[in-house]
Design a protein around this ligand. Structure first.
Ligand SMILES: Nc1ncnc2c1ncn2[C@@H]1O[C@H](COP(=O)(O)OP(=O)(O)OP(=O)(O)O)[C@@H](O)[C@H]1O
Ligand SMILES: [Mg+2]
Length: 424
């Protein structure tokens, strides 16, 4: 680009709203580096608009007619991410029936946006460092060196210093990615932009839903601007959409508006500590612990049962038999006689080696297993679903934070959402 676009032109072209100095600074840097091949790391809390920056950079660069590929590093399973990024050769892993180009090959001459870059597994970080330093990479399962010319823009809302300190992220890669940092400010520090954004979104949603534009009374504007917006612009946009659709009143006073803003003390925290669960109420936390324990217990019961039924060559004395009977007594089977799994302590043990599968008493093992499975999984599944829904609602669909709060990995959460069909 012979003459660089100025900030206002960029804002207009990319639909970026706001005049906060930190936002202008971020855009200025993006414009400035767009004509180079320098790696850029975009940082900022969730919902601050990080995804716009790589698009600005790509579209203002001479790479704009080549590929732009955005990759959400947190959403790709660890087992396939190397192959997605760098390609693979036929037969390099089970199911690799043909060879395939990776994004770094496809985007030759273009730009790759690595979103949630802190989620990259270690082995991928090594490959990424190499391609950044030398432009060289290997397909998975091949030793042939390929060359590529890709510009990388990465983004994260993680504390990278912490990720490095805990050994989760390579320091050398961090410095390589962070050649030029672009930091997006949280909405709460962009006071002058909040009402501006509200009006823009209100007008967009009025068009979209063919309704008159919602407006705010003066006291409502005050509340809007003093609110902490833990979910930043994404949250503001969601709130305006809800209001636009739900409210019949088109002029909102402070009382109506406050219904749409979660109480500050319950609001999504902007940074999470390791446990992440602090934000669940005590009752929910206890419930989660019980839930985990119950699951462990079910697994243990199954394990013991399996060991016994395989006649694993261990003997069970009468006390142990009583314990086992008690543990399994909550499991009613259709055949009332078969609820006794083991003889009572008072009953003589038929043989010191108690091979469960040899007794008629236990011929309902299948019943038992099916029954327990159905009963347990139904209630556990519902409870798990419920917890996941709750966490997703609380974090307005942000899976990363919901996963943190649930104490499971983001990948597991993605899987569970799919499994339970929980699309937001
Ligand atoms: N300055 C802005 N003007 C208008 N809309 C914006 C602006 N910044 C962000 N948005 C909108 O806010 C929403 C959230 O932005 P984005 O998805 O880029 O957040 P993010 O920083 O990538 O968050 P996360 O870390 O959670 O992925 C998007 O719908 C985006 O279009
Ligand atoms: Mg994002």
């Amino acid at each position: 680009m012979s003459k660089k676009m100025n900030i206002q032109q960029v804002k207009q072209r990319f639909g970026i709203i706001g005049n906060a100095p930190q936002l202008n600074r971020a855009l200025e840097v993006a414009i400035q580096v767009s004509s180079t091949d320098i790696s850029v790391l975009v940082t900022g809390e969730s919902g601050t608009g990080k995804e716009i920056i790589p698009q600005v950079i790509h579209n203002l660069s001479s790479r704009k007619h080549k590929e732009y590929i955005a990759v959400n590093c947190g959403a790709i399973p660890e087992g396939t991410i190397d192959s997605e990024l760098f390609g693979h050769e036929k037969g390099s892993f089970t199911g690799a029936s043909g060879s395939r180009q990776g994004y770094f090959e496809v985007a030759d001459g273009g730009t790759i946006f690595l979103d949630e870059v802190a989620e990259l597994p270690m082995q991928t970080q090594v490959r990424l460092l190499r391609v950044l330093e030398t432009g060289e990479f290997l397909r998975v399962g091949s030793s042939k060196v390929f060359k590529t010319d890709v510009r990388v823009v990465a983004a994260t809302n993680e504390n990278m210093a912490q990720a490095i300190a805990s050994g989760k992220f390579r320091e050398d890669l961090y410095y390589r990615l962070n050649t030029v940092p672009v930091a997006l400010p949280p909405l709460r520090s962009r006071n002058e932009d909040i009402h501006l954004l509200f009006r823009k979104f209100a007008s967009d949603f009025a068009d979209k839903y063919r309704m008159p534009t919602v407006r705010l009374t003066d006291d409502a504007v005050q509340l809007l601007c003093s609110y902490s917006w833990p979910g930043n612009i994404r949250q503001l946009k969601n709130v305006v959409e809800q209001i636009s659709v739900i409210e019949t009143e088109r002029e909102l006073n402070v009382h109506i508006l406050s219904n749409y803003l979660p109480a500050e003390k319950e609001a999504v925290p902007t940074k999470f500590n390791q446990q992440g669960s602090e934000n669940f109420s005590e009752r929910e936390l206890m419930y989660k612990i019980l839930f985990d324990m119950k699951k462990d217990l079910t697994d243990l019961k199954k394990l013991v049962l399996e060991m016994i039924s395989q006649g694993a060559g261990f003997s069970i004395d009468s006390t142990q038999a009583e314990i086992i009977n008690r543990m399994y007594s909550d499991v009613e089977t259709s055949n009332s006689d078969s609820t006794k799994l083991l003889p009572k302590a008072s009953e003589p043990n038929p043989s010191s080696k108690y091979a469960v599968n040899n007794t008629n008493d236990f011929n309902s093992e299948d019943d038992y297993e099916t029954h327990e499975e159905v009963e347990e999984s139904l209630s556990l599944e519902d409870q798990e679903k419920d917890l996941i829904k709750k966490a997703l609602d609380k974090h307005r669909g942000k899976r990363k934070y919901a996963a943190l709060e649930l104490g499971i990995s983001e990948r597991t959460l993605y899987r569970k959402i799919k499994e339970f069909n929980l699309t937001e």
